[in-house]
Design a protein around this ligand. Structure first.
Ligand code: NAD
Length: 248
């Protein structure tokens, strides 16, 4: 069997696909020959070979209009990558109920909403693949991002449930992303020195590049993963070492 990934003719939606990890995912699908639509809350210059839609993934009407528009323009929707997400750091003890609702809304309720609307199209066409971007923080204590990590853990759970409900037509998988270098990395972690110290703790010696998350997403969306559903694939360079290894 020749192993290559050609997604030409496939229509892919990458939420939050115009920057950060989403951009790497988008560029990977474009490289595989797919037709890619990205979305964000604001207008953005479409990346080469893509189109961009303004859509707030928290808003049901906006999501329905986006998916209807994709089907009207391209005739189908084969792949959804639920990438839009994230959270600022906050103290769980004092963050407001509204803050927690917003974090859980963006990172758990929104991917479910977009998946539901995409699944309607995919069931009708008899095939589809959904890839949820989660986080290594879903499986460990996550001080300062407690609600975010809980939402990502919820998305891991949802992945398995939806895979069971929506098969055999639709496969649903997740990518558990570790630290990934984006436009925001230096601001977030405090500059080169701190980033280098963090990278020294990662078994593969560096943070991921966004296109490396994209490669896993392309694989999961492709026929090479035709029997993979309800799975969580780690893309974290080997994971986080236990703390005792770093105590002198
Ligand atoms: P980012 O902030 O750079 O990009 C997020 C994207 O989502 C942006 O394009 C933004 O416009 C879009 N978005 C945000 N809210 C939206 C909304 N309501 N509607 C539509 N679009 C919206 O973040 P990133 O670091 O590239 O992270 C991407 C995904 O990867 C997130 O789900 C994040 O939780 C996850 N992740 C990131 C890392 C990391 O190290 N960067 C690690 C683990 C998991």
């Amino acid at each position: 069997m020749a192993l290559s990934i050609d997604l030409s003719g496939k229509v892919v939606l990458v939420t939050g696909g115009s920057r950060g990890i989403g951009r790497g995912i988008t560029e990977s699908f474009v490289a595989a020959g797919a037709t890619v639509v990205t979305c964000a809350r604001s207008e953005a210059e479409p990346l080469p070979g893509t189109s961009h839609v303004r859509c707030d993934v928290r808003d049901p009407d906006s999501v329905q209009a986006m998916v209807d528009g994709i089907v009207a323009t391209h005739g189908r929707l084969d792949v959804l990558v639920n990438n839009a997400g994230g959270a600022p750091a906050a103290d769980a003890a004092t963050a407001s109920p509204r803050f927690h609702d917003k974090i859980i809304g963006l990172n758990l309720s929104s991917p479910l909403l977009v998946a539901q609307v995409a699944n309607q199209v995919m069931q009708a066409q008899g095939s589809g693949s959904i890839v949820n971007i989660t986080s290594i923080s879903a499986h460990r204590p996550a001080p300062t991002i407690a609600a975010y990590a809980a939402a990502k853990a919820g998305l891991e759970s949802l992945t398995k449930s939806l895979a069971m409900e929506w098969g055999p037509a639709v496969r649903v998988n997740s990518i558990e992303v570790g630290l990934c270098r984006t436009e925001q990395t230096d601001d977030h972690y405090g500059g080169d020195d701190r980033v280098a110290k963090i990278e020294a703790t990662i078994p593969l010696g560096r943070m991921a590049r966004p296109d490396e998350v994209g490669g896993v997403a392309v694989f999961l969306a492709s026929d090479l993963a035709s029997y993979v559903s309800g799975a969580s694939v780690g893309c974290h360079g080997g994971g986080e070492p236990p703390v005792f290894l770093h105590i002198n």
